[in-house]
Design a protein around this ligand. Structure first.
Ligand SMILES: Nc1nc2c(c(=O)[nH]1)N[C@H]1C(S)=C(S)[C@@H](COP(=O)(O)O)O[C@H]1N2
Ligand SMILES: [Mo]
Length: 335
């Protein structure tokens, strides 16, 4: 991602994020980049994260009575692809409330208090309501969905998530006809989240979906991964997983869901509107202004930072399921 400079509001890339791009954009760029000195920082960051993953600092938080799940029958919710190792999924994270380095969330998110926890549902609904997390866990039967998650930075993972379709919750609160969008607001607690208060993003981190996207069966409200409760760094106790969109649409540690008539602002769009749009569908044909989105590096592939890159698929491989949501839309304009 990118960092906003403290005083000017000017946006510039962070060394660690440039690494994978430099690695695939060709040897010449790579050499220029090595000469530029960013390599040391990026490699040190990578090595530190690898050490963290190996050190079994990454322990699964354990099972929860409400969590047992069955494989999902929703179309597209299974895959033959190899799963990403748990240690990688739980130590290579973006959760800027706990720091901007990939290893920061695993190191710092132990301070997050996931109980008591409530999710307030408000806005254009007939039955606004605050759900306690224990209620939410039992609202519908848990399923396991194996989804690819692709970050806009160009890396991807394959993760088994536990949860149920967000549509189950939406139906319970009865949205009004005027509700066109759903906004997701996440926790911003400066006492437990060391980077809330920093100028990296506007807090709280918020995301949004159009109503039909939110109602799509693939849109998952998730409480666990790999059969276990979500680790804090992955967005405990409840997060969104929207598999056909770039990872940043999958908001972590949600505290509020609001139904609106107007398109809500989103954290990355506010930080850099020219780079991050509202839709943020995975699309290999629409480049990020500063790098291509045509390929990705699958975390865990041999070679680490220099692993052979895979082709990114339209809508992250979920085109058959979600393509019709965008029929007739200019996806270069609505990026
Ligand atoms: N609250 C919050 N949610 C967030 C983020 C964040 O910084 N804060 N980062 C997003 C980004 S950029 C990605 S790629 C995914 C990463 O999810 P993972 O760490 O479980 O792989 O979380 C998304 N959700
Ligand atoms: Mo991301």
């Amino acid at each position: 991602m990118l960092i906003r400079s403290r005083d000017s509001g000017f946006v510039h890339p962070q060394a660690a994020e440039i690494t994978p791009r430099a690695a695939y954009e060709g040897r010449r760029d790579m050499l220029r980049w090595l000469a530029g000195g960013a390599a040391g920082a990026a490699l040190a960051s990578w090595a530190g994260r690898e050490a963290l993953a190996q050190a079994s600092a990454v322990k699964a938080p354990g099972k929860l009575a409400a969590l047992p799940s069955v494989p999902s029958k929703v179309a597209g919710a299974q895959t033959m692809e190899a799963l990403t190792a748990y240690k990688d999924a739980a130590s290579y994270n973006n959760f800027y409330e706990f720091g901007t380095d990939k290893s920061d969330p695993a190191k710092n998110a132990h301070t997050l208090k996931t109980r008591p926890w409530t999710v307030q549902v408000e806005g254009l609904v007939n039955k606004p309501r605050t759900f306690d997390i224990e209620e939410l866990l039992k609202l519908s039967a848990m399923e396991e969905r194996i989804y690819r998650l692709r970050c806009v930075e160009g890396w991807s993972m394959v993760i088994p998530w536990e949860g149920y379709s967000l549509s189950e919750l939406i139906r319970k609160v009865e949205p009004q006809g005027s509700a066109k969008y759903v906004e997701f607001v996440t926790l911003a607690d400066p006492k437990t989240m060391p980077y809330v208060g920093s100028r990296v993003l506007d807090w709280p981190y918020a995301e949004g979906l159009r109503m039909d996207e939110a109602m799509h069966p693939l849109t998952l409200l998730s409480f666990g991964m790999y059969g276990e409760v979500l680790p804090n760094q992955n967005g405990a106790p409840v997060r969104l997983v929207v598999p056909w969109k770039y990872g940043f649409k999958s908001a972590k540690s949600i505290v509020k869901i609001r139904f609106t008539e107007k398109e809500p602002g989103t954290a990355w769009n506010k930080a850099a509107a020219q780079e991050y749009g509202f839709y943020s569908n995975v699309n290999p044909e629409v480049d990020h202004p500063r790098w291509s989105q045509a390929t990705e590096r699958r975390i865990g592939d041999p070679g680490g930072l220099f692993a052979k890159r895979r082709k990114t698929l339209m809508f992250n491989g979920y085109e058959a399921q979600v393509g019709q949501l965008y029929a007739g839309m200019d996806l270069k304009k609505f990026y």
